[in-house]
Design a protein around this ligand. Sequence first.
Ligand code: ATP
Ligand code: MG
Length: 565
Amino acid sequence: MGTPETTLPSDFIRDIIDEHNRTGRFNRRVATRFPPEPNGYLHIGHAKSVCLNFGIAAQYGGTCNLRMDDTDPAGETMEYVESIIRDVRWLGFDWEDRLFFASDYYEQLYQYAEQLIQMGKAYVCSLSAEEIRKYRGTLTDPGKESPYRNRSVEENLDLFRRMRAGEFEEGAHVLRAKIDMASPNIVMRDPVIFRIKREPHYRTGNRWVIYPMYDFAHCLSDSIERITHSICTLEFENNRPLYDWFLDELGVKDHPQQIEFARLNLSYTVLSKRRLIELVQRRTVFGWDDPRMPTVAGLRRRGYTPEAIRDFCARIGVAKNDSIVDVALLENCLREDLNARAPRVMAVLRPLRVVIDNYPEGQMEEFDAPYHPQNAALGSRRVPFSRVLYIEEEDFMENPPKKFYRLAPGKEVRLRYGYYLKGIKAVKDPQTGKVAEIHCTYDPQTRSGFAPDGRKVDATLHWVSADHSLPAEVRLYDRLFKAPNPMEAGDDFLKHLNPNSLEVLKNCRVEPSLANATPGSRYQFERTGYFCADPVDSAPGSLVFNRTATLRDSWAKVVEKGKGK
Ligand code: ATP
Ligand code: MG
């Protein structure tokens, strides 16, 4: 199962930290942070970053802060903050009393900006956004200096203070760092530090009408929190010189080291908050926690365990180049975890009524059935058996082809935990012509599951007793996208939606031991897959189960195939 907890992970980030510890940089202190912007729910990609940042802190006896990177009023809400807190905690991590908000640093960030102005390192620019873009140049052409670049310190300070005071409209002015319009790195061509935004912020309300840009806020937030290793995704590699520039200019000693790693991409999956928001807003899914969503909330509702997600993150490791991870690996981590600990129970998803003609009417007996074939500690339950049962529709064929090993007229199978059962005849619905019920006989000599005369059967079927079983709704989920890389389609990604990602079965029957299934509890339904009682919609008396995973292990197949080569 996965990486044993005793082997410490090792990767290029940990190598860097080891080197810092060897040379005494940061005095061997390790302080990381996970800095989500509360403008959406966390997804499995964020989970990778959570595991990395908290995992490194734990491994080096350091700390990891949870910081809401909330410097843009657009789209940030308290609901998202709460969801992030819930999800990181559920993943199994603890930030103790170190929950921080970048919005708590606004005043400090503003003061830092004034300091840069005083130093002649920042200026108020009155070009329009469009003009700023044009002046920036391209990868091959240097940029052009803004005509406002040489305003005096006094004029800049005055304008900046009036920006803060709300004297100007959005877009009238911005504050820019004065670096180098000819820099080969476009990020360094006088980047914007503060802009006017007349939008209320979910925490600071209308107190501020200017907001700091990410590049400015992030390095300084790290510095305020005395972060040592600021781990982020590769797209920020070009921003690292700017990260360092702000901190160096402002005289921050021993400032944090930014380290970039490759973000997680998953096949058949969309991992971008913007796209996920679109799915929620268009009602393509029922919400952020729809079990088909790659969000932590969706995976949780689907029945994923935090252990499986952590195992997945450990197995994929961290690298310096982008790649797409096979979603089958994630599913396999889940199967391995559930296989080890999910109780086995019987549930019939598409019931077919079976009458055992030679079993006495009104009689009932119970089989003692262990919950797990290997783990006796899970105990056992009693499974009632009687004259009328349900089996899966697909386990019976009236006129089977040669290779059909299950029940048919004249064919014998074993019932899980019980007797041999022999098919006699099918009774059809006169209207539809469909098989409505089948008649069988059982062999009373086979209660042990074996025949005294040694005769064998080809199949063992799961079943429930008609009178003793309980009704349940079962929701079968499949991948939300049918293309291996739906992101390739850009804005058209919706065209790759799998129209059959959800099938709802309303007439399922489950064994009576599930009467009080706790919402969120997970099971293996024998022969059909792993399921969990829906944390929201399931209750005793109206059971609803989500299919967490099928039993089929497509990852094992991939590995097998690879071996053959
Ligand atoms: P998205 O691209 O999905 O909108 P984001 O980067 O805008 O995500 P943030 O809230 O800024 O979302 O992310 C918080 C942290 O999670 C950042 O440090 C970011 O680098 C990391 N992160 C985001 N997506 C991934 C991913 N797919 N794989 C690994 N880390 C990620
Ligand atoms: Mg971001």
